[in-house]
Design a protein around this ligand. Structure first.
Ligand code: GDP
Length: 440
């Protein structure tokens, strides 16, 4: 995510390192590089210029040069300013109304249908809501089918009327249907076009007027950079929407859309999409994103994701097993599956402070655990529960069965051994504190 921008900003701050005494010239040079980094990320020229002017003013105001660590202070000022640029505080979603009506807008291909599904899934699983998805695209039957597929995946009902070509009446009927069937959120997916056109704008404006949504969300593909900003402006002029959804943040987007949209339409980014799966939705936190961009990681999100996957019952069972020395490869597999549920590896590494930079050139496989899982699956149940019986002969068989090399099996055995030892240590007298330190 925003790798290139992170890289360039890191280089900009390098100017300040290695100087015994930092001068005004060094600071000006750094800020020039910061501005260049923003422009390279496809941030609008004026926004980038204003950005560095504000940082400079603050730096002068706070007498950066006379502080003990001017470099660090400057990084902080840039971080604060990036946070502001992306909206400052986190913006929640308005769930008032009976039912809450949410209208989705955006161009075709922006990820509107996928996001409608993600939002329904999020509201159902995290907010205990009963959402109804509504297909209002009267031009493309395939779009209706797609929403039905999405609804099927997440167990959410989809309302559609294939013979009705009036999106306003479909949306109104859907809300009636929701009211009489106990749905408390209605998410209306509308037709998109490949580019902004008058007919589409009129259509969505009519739907908007008729159903008076509590939330009108504008979905935009973050890969489209400056174009994203222009589209946002066109939609905002007509709909005066409430919030922005940035999709495809998992791709190698330069970051321009995320950094510019708030300044242009003055509407907050509420959620981001980070993948094709229904779980790949995140609430947008401007300060956490700023920290990630500056390579400071995002420990808060990482811990939150870990907590979401944390199952107390499972943890207790695991502790008992460790205490009795019964921790085996099946448990190891369960642990791996829990970590996998937290998201893809690249994304997780990006949340660890400094790791993104350190691992920049390391190819992180999408499925980093593939080999480990294959090896464990090739073990017999007995081998999994009592790894000490795995001798060279068995190792050879396991390597063959899993399509790996004996070195890989050896390496896994070694890792497993270390992990078991560490877990055992954490059970000991000092362990409780260690657990506490790790948030347990
Ligand atoms: P719509 O035309 O606006 O409804 O767009 P779709 O929901 O059909 O999405 C267009 C394409 O983008 C599909 O192939 C989706 O799987 C993909 N997509 C949507 N959101 C994301 C995302 O956050 N990340 C990635 N990588 N792909 C996405």
């Amino acid at each position: 995510m925003f790798d290139n921008l992170s890289d360039k900003l890191d280089k900009a701050f390098h100017i300040l390192k290695g100087h015994g005494k930092i001068t005004e010239v060094n600071v000006a040079e750094t800020l020039k590089e910061v501005r260049r980094a923003l422009l390279d990320a496809d941030v609008n020229f004026k926004i980038a210029k204003d950005f560095t002017t504000r940082v400079k003013d603050k730096a002068i105001g706070q007498n950066v040069l006379t502080t003990l660590q001017p470099g660090q202070l400057l990084v902080k000022l840039v971080k604060d300013e990036l946070t502001e640029l992306m909206g400052g505080d986190v913006a929640g979603i308005n769930l008032s109304g009976h039912p809450t009506v949410i209208l989705m807008s955006g161009l075709q291909g922006s990820g509107k249908t996928t996001f409608s599904g993600k939002l329904a899934h999020y509201l159902k699983t995290k907010k205990n809501k009963k959402p109804l998805l509504v297909a209002c695209d009267v031009y493309r039957p395939a779009a209706i089918d797609q929403l039905h597929v999405v609804g099927g995946q997440i167990g959410v009902e989809v309302y559609s009327e294939r013979d009705n070509n009036n999106p306003v009446s479909i949306a109104e009927n859907a809300i009636k249907h929701a009211k009489s069937n106990g749905f408390n959120v209605v998410i209306v997916d509308t037709a998109g076009r490949l580019a902004v056109d008058e007919e589409m704008m009129n259509e969505i404006a009519n739907v908007h007027k008729a159903i008076q949504p509590q939330e009108t969300l504008f979905v935009v593909d973050s890969m489209t950079g400056q174009d994203a900003v222009n589209t946002a402006k066109a939609f905002n002029d007509r709909l005066d929407f409430d919030g922005v959804i940035l999709t495809k943040l998992d791709g190698d987007t330069r970051g321009g859309a995320a950094l510019s949209i708030k300044s242009v339409v003055n509407k907050p980014i509420k959620f981001v999409g980070t993948g094709e799966k229904m779980e790949a939705i995140d609430v947008f936190y401007p300060s956490r994103m700023a920290e990630r961009i500056l390579g400071m990681g995002d420990v808060v999100s990482l811990v939150e994701r870990a907590q979401e996957q944390f199952d107390e019952e499972e943890a207790r069972k695991l502790q008992k097993k460790i205490a009795k020395n019964e921790f085996g490869f099946d448990d190891f597999l369960t642990q791996i599956q829990q970590v996998k549920k937290m998201g893809n590896m690249k994304d997780l590494v990006g949340m660890i402070p400094g790791a993104s930079k350190a691992m920049k050139d390391v190819e992180i496989e999408d499925d980093a655990f593939k080999h480990i899982e294959a090896i464990i699956h090739s073990m017999t149940p007995k081998e999994r529960s009592k790894p000490s019986i795995i001798d060279v002969k068995r190792k050879n068989r396991i390597a063959k069965g899993s399509g790996t090399k004996i070195e890989q099996v050896n390496q896994l055995m070694k890792q497993f051994d270390q992990m078991s030892k560490m877990m055992k240590m954490m059970q000991g007298p000092g362990g409780k504190n260690l657990m506490k330190m790790m948030g347990g």
